[in-house]
Design a protein around this ligand. Structure first.
Ligand code: 6R9
Length: 655
């Protein structure tokens, strides 16, 4: 049976989650949006988005048509409108007298800090816009960005947007080869990078990878602008390489933003497909900004005057694009930006920052939460986290256990948690509770946002009834949807629009519970088939993590002669647990999964490991674990945050 089939019986073992956390009356009363927003959006979906576009953005030319879907699946939103992303993120706040408001509290890993107001940031972006133009970058040209989490990353992205150049941010953790293939695919004219950064207290370099990437001729890059960050020695190619500080010093601080067409490309961001070369996801301007700003305000209940917001995502990830750069700045938020790792110089670094800046809205990933759980609650308990009033989660399903820990330990038992489902392709949040409206439920992303038509369908594209699982789809176009795959419109149609007629196929398994709330079950290729029973990796991982010994778990289906596939689990135990003498963790955990889900779900093997292989965006690389589970040498591990993890696991298994 194909791995890509999920049917109504797929998830017989649905989680039964009875806990509910309604908003307090005070929170609900003061919230940015209320219950009636769902009905308003349902009445006139496209009109609703047109209203948000005019509410959240300043258009230099108003649009005539909200949506043109006549060439579906190629959408055009806010047709005829003109808008400048950088003007919306910067100048207009300064013009409104908010120039002194802090835009970014930057905290470097070594402890250096910078407080950047909206006026400062606007000036820096104007200079960078002039500087890039002086290097020959024109509207429509592509600029590759290979930078750490430093303010120059934000400045670069907004400077590109200002002049209509298309940025393509590449993770600082990616190899020279990965960088080169992305530079080539987008035909980038300029690369902006840094000498390096700091990771876990040590300098970590970036510029050498750019040099390697550009060593072979045949590329389109004319200049490389290099930010001096960690001061390490770097090789220099005369004529090609330029120092950021020199270029910026020479540039004028006067730059007038002009509106770009609503459908003008804003950026390309590469994301890995199931096979083959990465897909260059293309986002355009008006629709993307509208949905980023709306969701940032509605889902996080952001109050720009009083909140201090912190999204821990790297700008190399879509979350960094939509919820570090565009959403928050368009909304005039004050935010924290942190360069380094959460355990440098100590495991309380994040909580120290929350206390120091009085962070009130925190947005992070389940993998980080589970890591913090593993380190133990006594670490966050040392800090004053009472400023926190909303907590967000993104990137993976959040297990109910991690959700509860997040709520209790970080949110003081009162901050609502918003579990936000979306993708690089969707551009902005699609499914999430609204913190002043929805009674939240641990582990579920729950409800499509107003104006978003998400559904769960069976193999034939028919909506599943409550209590059943299937595929997550989007039925109607949405403003921040990807417009195409860069240079490959056929692949765009094949990948997303061919599985079911006329609807967007997200590639995620999902179920509707008895209340109709949506639970995400991982990628459809993460569904296992054990003796004809369909099991989701997420469900078994959730069951494992619900055991008090377990901090994190990853489950894969490994080929098995008798059962088709067998469940193999990799677990990290919590630092603080003491396992009673004579207890075998594997046996105890197998029994626990049997009790939580049913005997069929019991992993055949449970391997206790020190770490799990993860990408820098925090997603577990199950492909590599599958290789190990099936006795193969795991292949390319260069996209891992820590490539040595696979060696550690392999060494452990040989013991
Ligand atoms: C924003 C982002 C997209 C994939 C997506 C899904 C998983 C993201 C999730 C979630 C369950 C959530 N995912 N958020 N799964 N619950 N709240 O992560 O984009 O890097 O493109 O990944 O991440 O599998 O399809 P991206």
């Amino acid at each position: 049976m194909s791995q890509q089939t999920v049917n109504g019986d797929a998830f017989e073992n649905l989680l039964h989650e009875e806990r509910r956390f309604p908003p307090t009356p005070e929170f609900a009363a003061a919230a940015n949006v209320h219950e009636d927003i769902y009905a308003t959006a349902a009445e006139d979906r496209v009109g609703f988005w047109a209203e948000q576009a005019r509410k959240y953005l300043t258009w230099s030319k108003d649009f005539d048509q909200a949506l043109d879907w006549s060439e579906a699946p190629f959408a055009k939103w806010f047709v005829g409108g003109e808008v400048n992303a950088a003007y919306n993120a910067l100048d207009r706040h300064v013009e409104a007298g908010l120039g002194d408001r802090v835009a970014i509290y930057f905290e470097g890993e070594p402890g250096d800090t910078e407080t950047i107001t909206y006026a400062d940031l606007t000036e820096r972006v104007k200079k960078a816009a002039n500087a890039f133009e002086s290097l020959g970058v024109r509207k429509g040209d592509r600029v590759a960005v290979y930078l750490p989490m430093i303010p120059e990353a934000v400045v670069t992205m907004l400077a590109c947007a200002r002049i209509g150049a298309v940025h393509s941010v590449v993770f600082g953790g990616f190899s020279a080869d990965a960088l080169r293939s992305r530079i080539d695919d987008a035909e980038a004219k300029l690369v902006v990078t840094a000498d390096g950064t700091y990771r876990r207290g040590k300098p970590s370099s970036l510029k050498p990878a750019v040099d390697d990437a550009l060593a072979e001729p045949g590329h389109t890059v004319e200049h490389v602008v290099v930010v001096r960050r960690n001061g390490q020695d770097v090789a220099w190619t005369q004529g090609r390489d330029l120092h950021w500080h020199e270029v910026m010093e020479a540039a004028s601080a006067e730059h007038t933003a002009v509106g770009h067409d609503s459908e003008h490309p804003l950026y390309i961001l590469y994301t890995s497909g199931t096979t083959g070369k990465p897909k260059g996801i293309l986002h355009t301007t008006g629709g993307y900004l509208t949905q980023c700003a709306f969701t940032h305000s509605a889902v996080f209940d952001l109050k720009p005057e009083t909140d201090v917001y912190w999204c821990t995502a790297d700008i190399g990830w879509v979350t960094g694009h939509s919820y570090v750069v565009y959403g928050p700045l368009v909304n005039g938020a004050t935010q924290v930006m942190y360069e380094g790792t959460p355990d440098s110089p100590h495991q309380g670094r994040w909580w120290e920052l929350v206390e120091k800046y009085k962070v009130s809205v925190l947005y992070t990933a389940p993998t980080a939460i589970r890591t913090m759980m593993k380190w133990g609650r006594d670490i966050p308990d040392k800090y004053d986290l009472s400023s926190i009033r909303v907590l967000g989660s993104v990137g993976e399903p959040i297990n109910p256990e991690a959700w509860m820990w997040y709520r209790e330990v970080i949110g003081g038992g009162k901050a609502p948690i918003v579990d936000t489902w979306w993708q690089t392709e969707t551009g902005a949040i699609m499914v999430a509770p609204l913190p002043g409206v929805t009674a939240t439920k641990p582990g579920s992303a729950q409800v499509p946002l107003p104006g978003i038509a998400v559904d769960v369908v069976d193999e034939n594209g028919k909506p599943v009834p409550n209590g059943h699982g299937g595929f997550l789809v989007v039925r109607e176009p949405w403003p921040s949807m990807l417009r195409t795959i860069w240079g490959d419109p056929e692949r765009f149609k094949d990948t997303y629009w061919s599985r079911f007629e006329g609807v967007y196929f997200a590639g995620d398994g999902a179920k509707k519970d008895d209340d109709g709330d949506i639970w995400l079950l991982g990628r459809v290729d993460d569904v296992m088939n054990v003796s004809g029973h369909r099991l989701s990796t997420t469900e078994i991982e959730s069951a494992l993590v619900s055991h008090e010994w377990v901090a994190e778990a990853a489950v894969v289906g490994a080929v098995d002669e008798t059962t088709g596939q067998a469940v193999v689990a990799f677990v990290i135990l919590r630092g603080e647990v003491e396992i009673p003498e004579g207890d075998d963790p594997s046996a105890v955990l197998r029994a626990h999964v049997g009790k939580e889900i049913g005997p069929i779900a019991k992993p055949k093997h449970i391997l206790v490991v020190p770490e799990l292989p993860k990408t820098r965006s925090g997603k577990i690389m199950r492909r590599l674990l599958k290789d190990v589970a099936e006795g193969r040498d795991p292949g390319d591990a260069t996209t891992l945050a820590d490539p040595s993890v696979m060696q550690q696991i392999a060494a452990d298994l040989r013991k």
